[in-house]
Design a protein around this ligand. Structure first.
Ligand code: ZN
Length: 161
């Protein structure tokens, strides 16, 4: 078990474009395992490789506890509709905002065995897929946020937890 340090949004690395994975080496498998430990420790829903300092096109998402999905070289192939919800990021503690995302996306990726899979996602999973694939392009959620939450709204939201 290895928990990696999550880089903050002041770090330039989060603005870089990630390179595709050409070969699923034992190092990549180790990275996936360490990212899962890091995500579970953080209590977040998704984590992209650049957030742990690795500029590779890898992200993981766990919307339903125990149902971790690993994406290697993910590509969104279809977007439908739209939704607007509150979003945050493990690299941007204390920042929350409304983003406009597709209601449904289809995403294609490789799993850790190098097998291609395709997934249809909606609601939170669709938002997470968009958020994490944006990270691979150096884009952060608040770049295109519809509106950021005020301090008061965040305090209210945190009081509800
Ligand atoms: Zn993020």
């Amino acid at each position: 078990m290895a928990i990696m340090t999550i880089v903050k949004d002041t770090d330039e690395i989060l603005r870089k474009k990630c390179r595709p994975v050409t070969d699923i080496t034992p190092r990549i498998i180790q990275l996936l395992d360490d990212m899962a430990d890091t995500l579970h420790d953080s209590g977040g829903v998704g984590l992209a490789a650049p957030q742990v300092g690795v500029l590779r096109r890898i992200c993981i998402i766990e919307v339903e506890p125990g149902e971790l999905i690993e994406f290697i070289n993910p590509v969104i192939t279809e977007k439908k509709g739209s939704q607007q919800e509150i979003e945050g990021c493990l690299s941007a503690p204390g920042k929350w905002g409304y983003t406009k995302r597709p209601a449904k996306v289809t995403v294609k990726a490789l799993d850790r065995n190098g097998e291609e899979f395709s997934l249809e996602a909606e609601e939170l999973l669709a938002r997470a897929v968009c958020h994490e694939t944006d990270h691979l392009e150096g884009v952060l959620f608040y770049d295109n946020a519809v509106r950021m939450l005020s301090r008061e709204e965040i305090a209210e939201m945190e009081a509800d937890d």
